[in-house]
Write a protein that binds this ligand. Structure first.
Ligand SMILES: Cc1cc2nc3c(=O)[nH]c(=O)nc-3n(C[C@H](O)[C@H](O)[C@H](O)COP(=O)(O)OP(=O)(O)OC[C@H]3O[C@@H](n4cnc5c(N)ncnc54)[C@H](O)[C@@H]3O)c2cc1C
Length: 465
C-alpha cells in the first residue's frame, strides 16, 4: 500500500499510518478507497465536472455501522468529513481535498408503511428509486424534479418539486431522521426527540451530522396532466409575462416552470414544463392557456404517471460530468423589466447547454411559518437559476462571466434571499441570506452538535456567531 496523504481540520498536511488505514478497511462492511485503488479516480468525481478534488479516503458505507466507523476514523486523525448521496450539489460539496468522504450511495434501503403512509429511506437513495417504491402503493411526496438527484442533500436543504404546492417542501414531509453526529453518537431526531436538531435538519443542509435514514410522510399521488410546451425564443417576451401571471394565480395542484434554453439543433427556445395533479379533464382545461400562447414547436402535455412527471426535466439535459457554474436568487413577483433582462442574457448564452430557469415556489411550501423549520424563506418567491453548462474545461472563461453578469443584472430585482441548495462554491458570504432570521438559531444548533465543524463541506454554518 502506498502512503495516504491527508489534510487535517487545521490545514496541516499529514501522512496516514498504513496499518491504521488497513485496520479501518477491515472494520468497514463496505469498501475503502484510497488514491492507490483503481476505483478511486471514478469515485472522487461528482455531478459537476468542474469539481476536481482529491479526498484522502472514500468510505463506501453499507450501513450505520460503517458511518460510525468513518466518523470515528476521521475524528481520531483530526480529518474533516464530506458526505455524498446523489452528488448533484452544484457547489461540489459531496467531495473534498484531503478529508474523508462518507459515500452513502450503497445505502439503498426503502421501506414503505402503506397503512401509516410513511416511508423509511436510507441516505443513499435517489428520487427515482424513492418514487418507484412509493408508487407501488400509489403514494409519494415532494421530491426533486430531476429524478437522479439524491434524497439527502435535496431534503436537508429544503426540497422544491412538482408537489410543493400541495404538500410543501421535501423537508416539510420529514417525520424523523437517523443521524450520526460528529462525536459518533447515533440518534433519531424528530418533533419529540432532539427537536432542535430536527428543526435544523429541515433546511439547514448537511451541517449537523450524517443522516443515515429519512422517514417521510407520504400522500396519495395519482395521475397528472403534464408535460412540456416548447415555443421559439422569438415568442418568449409575452410568454414569460403570461407564465408569471399564471403562476402567481395558480392553484396548489398546478406547477409551471419556465426555461430559456437551446434545442440540440441550436434553436433558441422557451420551454414550459407544466403539470396539474388531479382530474385529467380539469388539468387539460387549466393548462390549456399555456399551450396556446403562440405556435409551439413541441407539446407533449397529456396524462402522465407521477414517475413520468419526474422525468419531464430530462436527466439527459443535466448529465453527470459536464462543466458547470451556477448562480441563483429569489425574486418577488418579477416585473416586466426583470423578465426582459433574463431574455436579453438568454440571447447571449455562449453554450447550447446553458439555461435560465424561473419558477414560483408557492402553495403549501409558503404556508409553513418561517421559524417552524430552518428553511426560513417562506413567501411566494420566484427561484431564478442562471446555469452555465459546457463541455470543455478550457472554455470556463467564456461561460462563467455570462452567468455572473446575468445574475448581477437581475440582482436589482432580487429579494436578497437564495435557496441554499442552489448556492455556488464561491459565495460563502451568501449563506446567511439563505436562512433569513433563522441563521442565529442554526449557529446554536451547530455549536451543540458539531462544535469543531467536522462537517464543513457544505454551505457552511460556522459554529461561531
Ligand atoms: C440537475 C439538478 C437538478 C436539481 N433539481 C432540484 C429540484 O428539483 N429541487 C430542489 O430542491 N433542488 C434541486 N437541485 C439542487 C439539489 O437540491 C442540490 O444539488 C442537492 O444538494 C442535491 O442533493 P444530493 O444528495 O444529490 O447531493 P450531494 O452532492 O450528494 O450532497 C450535497 C450535500 O448534501 C449533504 N449531504 C449529502 N448526503 C448527506 C447525508 N447522508 N447526511 C447529511 N448530509 C448529507 C452534504 O452537505 C453534501 O455536501 C438540483 C440540482 C441539480 C444539479
Amino acid at each position: 500500500m502506498s502512503a495516504v496523504h491527508a489534510t487535517t481540520m487545521t490545514g496541516t498536511d499529514i501522512q496516514l499510518d498504513d496499518a491504521e488505514v488497513a485496520a479501518f478497511r477491515t472494520r468497514l462492511g463496505g469498501t475503502l478507497l484510497s488514491p492507490a485503488d483503481a476505483a478511486y479516480a471514478q469515485a472522487r468525481k461528482v455531478w459537476n465536472g468542474m469539481i476536481d478534488k482529491h479526498p484522502a479516503l472514500i468510505a463506501r458505507c453499507t450501513g450505520v455501522a460503517d458511518v460510525v466507523q468513518g466518523v470515528a476514523f476521521a475524528r481520531t486523525h483530526d480529518l474533516p468529513v464530506a458526505m455524498r448521496c446523489g452528488s448533484h450539489n452544484a457547489a461540489g460539496h459531496a467531495t473534498c481535498d484531503g478529508g474523508v468522504v462518507l459515500d452513502l450511495t450503497p445505502m439503498k434501503g426503502i421501506r414503505v408503511d402503506a397503512a401509516q403512509r410513511r416511508v423509511q429511506a436510507q441516505g443513499g437513495v435517489l428520487w427515482r428509486e424513492f418514487d418507484r417504491e412509493t408508487q407501488v402503493y400509489g403514494l409519494g411526496t415532494t421530491g426533486g424534479a430531476v429524478n437522479d438527484t439524491g434524497i439527502a442533500g435535496l431534503t436537508l436543504g429544503g426540497g422544491i418539486g412538482w408537489l410543493m404546492g400541495q404538500h410543501g417542501l421535501a423537508c416539510d414531509n420529514l417525520v424523523s431522521a437517523d443521524v450520526v453526529t460528529a462525536d459518533g453518537t447515533v440518534l433519531t431526531a424528530s418533533a419529540t426527540e432532539h427537536p432542535d436538531l430536527f428543526w435544523a435538519l429541515r433546511g439547514g443542509g448537511g451541517n449537523f451530522g450524517v443522516v443515515t435514514s429519512f422517514e417521510y410522510q407520504l400522500h396519495p399521488v395519482s395521475q397528472w396532466f403534464a408535460g412540456t410546451v416548447v415555443y421559439p425564443r422569438s415568442q418568449a417576451r409575452d410568454i414569460l409575462r403570461y407564465h408569471r401571471d399564471f403562476s402567481e394565480a395558480c392553484s396548489d395542484s398546478t406547477a409551471a416552470f419556465a426555461g430559456l434554453m437551446t434545442l440540440p439543433d441550436g434553436t433558441p427556445i422557451i420551454a414550459l414544463p407544466i403539470g396539474y395533479h388531479g382530474p385529467l379533464d380539469e388539468g387539460e382545461r387549466i393548462l390549456a392557456p399555456l399551450r396556446r400562447l403562440g405556435t409551439p414547436l413541441f407539446d407533449d402535455v397529456g396524462p402522465k404517471s407521477y414517475p413520468e412527471v419526474q422525468t419531464i426535466f430530462n436527466p439527459e439535459v443535466f448529465p453527470h460530468g459536464m462543466q458547470r457554474y451556477w448562480k441563483s436568487s429569489f425574486l418577488k413577483n418579477p416585473p416586466d423589466a426583470a423578465l426582459d433582462i433574463a431574455l436579453e442574457y438568454a440571447d447571449q448564452m455562449a453554450s447550447p447547454h446553458s439555461m435560465i430557469l424561473l419558477y414560483l415556489v408557492h402553495g403549501a411550501a409558503t404556508r409553513v411559518p418561517a421559524d417552524a423549520t430552518a428553511f426560513g424563506l417562506r413567501e411566494a418567491l420566484w427561484n431564478l437559476d442562471v446555469i452555465g453548462q459546457w463541455t470543455e474545461p478550457a472554455d470556463a472563461n467564456q461561460h462563467i462571466p455570462w452567468v455572473r453578469e446575468c445574475w448581477k443584472a437581475l440582482d436589482a430585482h432580487s429579494t436578497g434571499g437564495v435557496y441554499v441548495n442552489h448556492l455556488g462554491s464561491d459565495e460563502p458570504e451568501r449563506v446567511r441570506d439563505a436562512f433569513g432570521q433563522n441563521y442565529a438559531r442554526l449557529v446554536q444548533v451547530k455549536q451543540q452538535y458539531d462544535p469543531a465543524n467536522v462537517f464543513r463541506f457544505n454551505q457552511n454554518i460556522r459554529p461561531v456567531s
